[in-house]
Design a binder for this molecule. Structure first.
Ligand SMILES: NC(=O)c1ccc[n+]([C@@H]2O[C@H](COP(=O)([O-])OP(=O)(O)OC[C@H]3O[C@@H](n4cnc5c(N)ncnc54)[C@H](O)[C@@H]3O)[C@@H](O)[C@H]2O)c1
Length: 340
């Protein structure tokens, strides 16, 4: 049973990935400093899997602690590196927090695990900006980042590519996620946004439950079929399974070499108004929303070409928008009834 270190494993995507790794027969070790997650997630993971995951509260910015962890855990075969700061708006206010956390964590891991290791990195479709043609493929040019957060993802990809080029023992896959939404089917884990959600789906569920006021649709005059912005929403459980597929490809040897990049989305765009309609229909809930002006920095539309991940990772998203909206709503209701 291969052992996989999941950094940021008590966070939103990390916790779902821990479950899918366990389901696939892997042994999971979690490192998290709990800066954006709750220790109670370990209890939730136990309720889902029947397993208490090996957990270490470590700040990846602490080079000595990471070194010590790596020396004590020589049996780790792979790392899935989620731990990072991820709020775009906050990154504009506090760029150094983002450069420090997102780079030191990555560099400390690569330095301390300087041996044969499989490494999966959380990147983002933000690297594409507004692509010239859609669906966007992995070959599309990376565009100047709109925020320090986006810049950390672009530079982290470069750090990994340059390090892999001179480190044959380091096998890297960077996954460029589109828009992760939804929650586990048990409703025991899901997204726990800090403060007012900047993303559409957590705002919808918080508005529906009465925690927030009306939803604002930022622009209905874009050049799209219904005028609202389009994104490629991906169910977090499908996304979690993509990480298992990436680890498996690294284990068998990636014919493309020791650094590779994959889009992880459904390949289909959905508009803000379509998401609102799907939520209302599947949950039989009426949403309170209004049309507002376009939001600075928002791109018009993006969705991914996922042929490469379908073929080479042998992975395909299977959960649709309805399941995304249903599970997101079940989780919001669960967390209201059982606050952490
Ligand atoms: N959620 C999205 O929309 C999205 C989209 C694209 C990429 N990503 C990337 O995916 C990854 C996971 O995102 P998420 O939505 O699960 O975020 P999250 O905030 O829920 O999870 C990140 C986890 O990392 C931990 N962490 C942060 N800094 C740390 C440090 N220095 N040491 C140890 N632990 C630390 C946090 O406590 C948290 O539990 C991030 O790298 C994020 O940038 C997320």
């Amino acid at each position: 049973m291969a052992k996989i270190l999941v950094t940021g494993g008590t966070g939103y995507i990390g916790s779902h990935t821990a479950v899918e790794l366990h389901n696939a027969g892997y042994e999971v070790v979690i490192v998290d400093n709990l800066s954006n997650s709750n220790i109670k997630i370990l209890t939730q993971l136990h309720a889902i899997t029947g397993k208490w995951f090996d957990f270490h509260e470590i700040d990846l910015q602490d080079d000595k602690a990471v070194q010590e962890f790596a020396e004590k855990n020589t049996d780790i075969d792979g790392i899935i590196h989620f731990a990072a700061s991820k709020a775009v708006g906050e990154s504009v206010e506090q760029p150094l927090k983002y450069y420090r956390n997102n780079f030191y964590g990555l560099i400390n891991l690569l330095t301390s695990f300087n041996r044969k290791i499989n490494f999966v990195f959380s990147s983002s479709c933000t690297v594409y900006g507004q692509p010239e043609s859609l669906p966007v493929t992995e070959a599309a040019p990376v565009q100047k980042a709109e925020s320090p957060y986006g810049n950390t993802k672009q530079i982290a990809e470069e750090i990994l590519a340059e390090t892999a080029a001179v480190t044959p023992d380091l096998n890297v896959i960077a996954l460029r996620y589109f828009n992760p939404v939804g929650a586990h089917e048990t409703a025991l884990i899901g997204e726990l946004p800090n403060g007012v959600p900047a993303n559409l789906v957590p705002f919808i569920t918080q508005s529906a439950i009465g925690k927030r006021g009306p939803i604002t649709v930022y622009g209905n005059d874009y050049d799209t079929p219904d005028g609202s912005a389009i994104r490629d929403y991906i169910h977090v459980v499908d996304l979690a399974k993509a990480h298992v597929a990436a680890i498996k490809l690294l284990e068998t040897g990636n014919p493309n070499g020791n650094y590779d990049v994959f889009n992880i989305g459904t390949g289909k765009g959905s508009s803000v108004l379509e998401i609102i309609a799907a939520f209302e229909k599947v949950n039989n809930e009426k949403l309170d929303y209004k049309i507002g002006p376009r939001r600075a920095g928002d791109i018009v539309q993006i969705y991914g070409d996922v042929q490469k991940s379908n073929k080479q990772l042998g992975w395909k998203a299977s959960l649709d928008i309805n399941e995304m909206m249903r599970s997101a709503w079940e989780w919001e209701k669960y967390i209201k009834a059982n606050p952490f």
